[in-house]
Design a protein around this ligand. Structure first.
Ligand code: GLN
Length: 280
């Protein structure tokens, strides 16, 4: 470690892209000095003490090796909430907010107490974003990973949503009965094919492999979720699933086979087909 330096010179010397460097240095300032991010500008001549500088150098080199920013700072914004994230859960993606928006629109058109199921909840992103934005709904969220559920429960507690979201451990519908109580079923399952080279690039290398790929052709989880959805949905209930940019026709065909109607495709912000919704 070099001699003590000002925030300005640390930012000027880093090999990281400027926006990433600012996020990581702001994290160090918050942890060691309880200072807001604006201190990077307003106090840019401040010299940070050696513990803080050691943490900055550690975060910087881990990011240069490819670790995702969200794991390094332990949080990620999603829809209108902030989630704690750590290795063991997928980092919530902006495109997944589409599922939340589709659900909120449906909820606004239903007036009874709405019941929602989020399959493969991971960090709890979808379940908790909906519970946060729609105070009268009840959400059930499942995941097969006890580690993921521990993180999701921690997020529910941090967001004070424990009484509104019930977490159950099991693969997809395994922990549920077959009595069709749900108005809406949502899922962002692993849909990357196992041979897809994206899994070996960038941030994805550090994320939980079972959250990303079905270890097969990419459609096996979607198939299981869609085929079993009618047993858990009320009549007229809505299903919406996220899928890969080139999977929409395959997903529509699975949805048709399962007997759904009112099938709709939804585009993400990059203009890719990203979600299919349909009604029982
Ligand atoms: N439902 C979580 C999310 O959308 C986790 C999804 C996953 O692990 N595939 O972020």
């Amino acid at each position: 470690m070099g001699k003590t330096q000002s925030l300005r010179s640390l930012l000027a010397q880093t090999m990281l892209p400027p926006n990433e460097a600012r996020i990581l240095l702001a994290h160090v300032l918050e942890k060691h000095y309880q200072l807001p991010r604006s201190a990077l500008l307003s106090r840019d001549d401040m010299q940070i003490h050696s513990d803080a500088q050691i943490q900055w150098e550690d975060l910087q080199s881990r990011r240069l090796r490819g670790e995702p920013i969200a794991y390094l700072v332990g949080k990620k914004g999603f829809h209108e909430i902030e989630l704690f994230v750590a290795p063991g859960v997928l980092i919530p993606r902006p495109e997944t907010e589409l599922l939340v928006e589709i659900a909120l629109k449906e909820i606004s058109q239903l007036n009874q107490e709405v019941r929602i199921l989020d399959l493969g909840t991971g960090s709890g992103a979808i379940a908790l974003a909906i519970a946060h934005s729609a105070p009268h709904v009840k959400v059930t969220a499942t995941d097969q990973s006890p580690d993921a559920l521990a993180i999701a429960k921690k997020n529910a507690a941090l967001l004070k949503l424990e009484s509104r979201v019930q977490f159950k451990q099991g693969s997809w519908y395994e922990s549920l009965s077959d009595d069709a109580p749900f108005d809406i079923i949502l899922s962002n399952p692993p849909y990357i094919a196992h041979q897809d080279s994206h899994l070996e690039r960038g941030d994805l290398r550090f994320e939980t492999i079972s959250a990303l790929t079905d270890h097969a052709g990419g459609l096996s989880c979607l198939e299981e979720i869609i085929a079993n959805a009618p047993r858990h949905l009320k009549n007229d209930g809505l299903i919406a699933v996220e899928h890969g940019f080139d999977q929409s026709e395959a997903v529509i065909s699975l949805i048709k086979t399962a007997g759904f109607s009112d099938i709709q495709k939804h585009l993400d912000l990059s203009g890719h087909d990203r979600v299919v919704s349909a009604r029982k």
